[in-house]
Design a protein around this ligand. Sequence first.
Ligand SMILES: Cc1cc2nc3c(=O)[nH]c(=O)nc-3n(C[C@H](O)[C@H](O)[C@H](O)COP(=O)(O)OP(=O)(O)OC[C@H]3O[C@@H](n4cnc5c(N)ncnc54)[C@H](O)[C@@H]3O)c2cc1C
Length: 480
Amino acid sequence: MDLTRRDFAIGAAAIGLAASVGSGVARAAKPKALDAIVLGAGVSGLNAAWLLEQEGMKVLVLEGRQRVGGRVLTLMDQPGYPEMGFNSMGEGYGRGIDAAMRAGVELENISPRFGGSSQELYLGGKRISKEEWARSPLNPFPDALKTAMPWEVVNRLVHQHNRLPDFNTWNDPANAALDISLHSFLKAQGLNDAAIRLAHDVSPYYGTSAYDVSALMLEFNDGFIAGQIAAGPRSLAVKGGNIKLPIGMAKLLKGDLLFGKEVVAIDSQTGMAEVRCADGSVYTAPRVICSLPFSTLRHIAITPGLSGSQALAVTTLRYNPITIAFLTFTEPFWESDGFAPGMFTDDHLGVVMPQRFGSDPANPTAITGLTVQARGQLAYYWDAMGKDAALQYVVQRLEALRPAAKGKVKGAAIHSWASERFNMGDWCYFAPGQIAAFAAGMAAPAGRIHFCGEHTAVGARGLEGAFESSERVALEVMTA
Ligand SMILES: Cc1cc2nc3c(=O)[nH]c(=O)nc-3n(C[C@H](O)[C@H](O)[C@H](O)COP(=O)(O)OP(=O)(O)OC[C@H]3O[C@@H](n4cnc5c(N)ncnc54)[C@H](O)[C@@H]3O)c2cc1C
């Protein structure tokens, strides 16, 4: 590997670099043929490539974007380096912690940054204090949940009524009957439609409504989270920005990593797998590892075509819409009105979260900006406006709900995962019935193609799931 290729950077430098190394087929000067091609330079693809290289294999990584990291994305040009993607790992993220050590990045405990002030509740344009909430006529929850805040209800009920004695059995066909909608599950716990809407649909972590997400998936998630909580109280993130993790991982690779290589076809009809990119370049190897989310894989021509439940999975697995705005401020308006900066709203504003990433060592939890999240249907609503208009709209809505913010906040950046062509959504989720229909077999090798990525994880979630899947896929290729 040449020295310049090691010198990864995000942004313009990476684009220039991609142009210099991505100009052709694997270099003629190198005698050894490729053993595998990895598609995608998110953490799962990077880790799979690294694992294969440890076994002496020659690996090429093809990435459609001009940067590594995929769903790990830090805005390095904004105060406090806000995260648009992966936020933090629990203490039980053994693989993530190990990868950080290898990549030479420092993890720090960001738990104190979540605390310090509570989240305000705004419904119908008005603030309702925690004390008022239990008696509010707008509170639709049953008596036992009257004091719970809307954002606490789903997780609490899923945890209390989790039907899986062992969360690792979530995709066992024996549990197919549990693969019902979250809506049915919450109804069975006594929530009416208004309560379900407020507790879930207004700002869902999974799905766009309680009708389109599987309760069984949330029970798997609950089991995983419980394990993380048992492992320890800290939430870990990379000091100076999570993007440093995939950049550090990429630097460990010996083989080529080419940017701007949007894969459009994979053909494994002959004795080799052939990968074709949008720029016309073609790469061949005995094995292909595909780390792409199914939301993007479904736009790639695969020959011979996938079949059965795997084809169903690639075509229909769902991905959450989420759009995140980052706001800077000239004055801490929350000190003027005396309310917490964080807000849960049923307004088109979405959910406001203070970012506490001060660079002053004496005050590391200083608020450096606000992220505002539109999840579920609201993300599509913002996206339909276009980025600049959406950013302005977010500021307007915040000023409308919090007059003290008037003239003190500025829309600095906005990122839509649903309209990013290399993701088309945030994390994957299963609709009711989809776990039973295809979860168990959806990542099985298809000829010379092997699959990894967070969506193929079976024992872990999120970033840790992405790492888990890379270990499984590397073993598959090593033993193929
Ligand atoms: C807003 C947000 C918050 C999150 N917060 C957390 C958290 O707090 N904790 C946690 O554990 N997880 C979190 N996650 C999830 C975590 O970031 C992901 O699970 C993980 O990064 C996924 O890695 P991956 O390698 O599977 O996929 P990706 O990172 O999506 O990698 C896939 C790669 O494939 C590339 N690609 C796609 N299509 C093509 C193509 N046609 N040709 C070539 N390349 C292509 C993409 O550009 C990308 O680089 C969060 C994610 C988001 C979006």
